[in-house]
Ligand binder design. Structure first.
Ligand code: 5GP
Length: 188
């Protein structure tokens, strides 16, 4: 993904503690042309995975997931970070956020994640794999199958990718950041 790599190098900004800010084109202001390409690339990489549903987590996973879903004509379900009072048949897990330095409860309706589902999980970043662990837990509770996981940006030096690949999960990252040391962005 040449365009994605270029935007990360030109517009990405480093923050202490291994945080990459891409809020001018992914996380706050969004570039829809880039997002369409990202959705198409995820769709291409998972076209033969036999999935019936795309799973993501709010908020920043929703844009790439919906673009992928539009390409593949598949429903997209986002895991919520706040428990709605009206949600019935809820599956619940907890996720540690290292950017926000807190643990939050995530939930999904059991109506939209079941043992009949074979899903791919899409998110903006893969760091330590904490969000992905929450998704694995929710899928286990539902009896759903995980066919793969796709991330716009994997920070390879934080270990989440190794953890997930060691579990045998097909992890696809569109850009891999190998280092943010001295606030210099290095891509694989
Ligand atoms: P993980 O759960 O893999 O440890 O971290 C991934 C989640 O934390 C993503 O959903 C993302 O929102 C957030 N995150 C992790 N690292 C970064 C980062 O460097 N920049 C931004 N913007 N978000 C990050």
């Amino acid at each position: 993904m040449e365009l994605l790599h270029r935007r990360i190098l030109e517009d990405g900004r480093c923050f202490p503690g291994g945080i990459l800010k891409v809020d001018s084109f992914i996380n706050h202001q969004m570039d829809p042309d880039l997002m369409v390409q990202i959705g198409a690339e995820f769709a291409r990489r998972f076209e033969s995975a036999g999935v019936n549903k795309i799973l993501t987590i709010e908020a920043s996973g929703i844009a790439p997931a919906i673009m992928m879903g539009a390409q593949m004509h598949l429903p997209v379900v986002f895991v919520k970070k706040k428990q709605p009072k009206t949600m019935e048949h809820m599956l619940v897990s907890s996720v540690r956020s290292f950017t926000k330095n807190r643990t939050y409860t995530v939930c999904i309706s059991a109506d939209f994640l079941t043992a009949a589902d074979r899903i791919v999980f899409i998110d903006d970043f893969l760091a330590f794999g904490n969000a992905a662990r929450g998704i694995i837990d929710l899928c286990n509770q539902a009896g759903a199958t995980i066919a793969g996981m796709g991330f716009i940006i994997e920070k390879a030096f934080q270990g989440g990718g190794d953890y997930l690949r060691n579990l045998g999960i097909d992890v696809q990252s569109l850009a891999k950041v190998t280092s943010l040391e001295d606030c210099r962005i290095e891509l694989a």
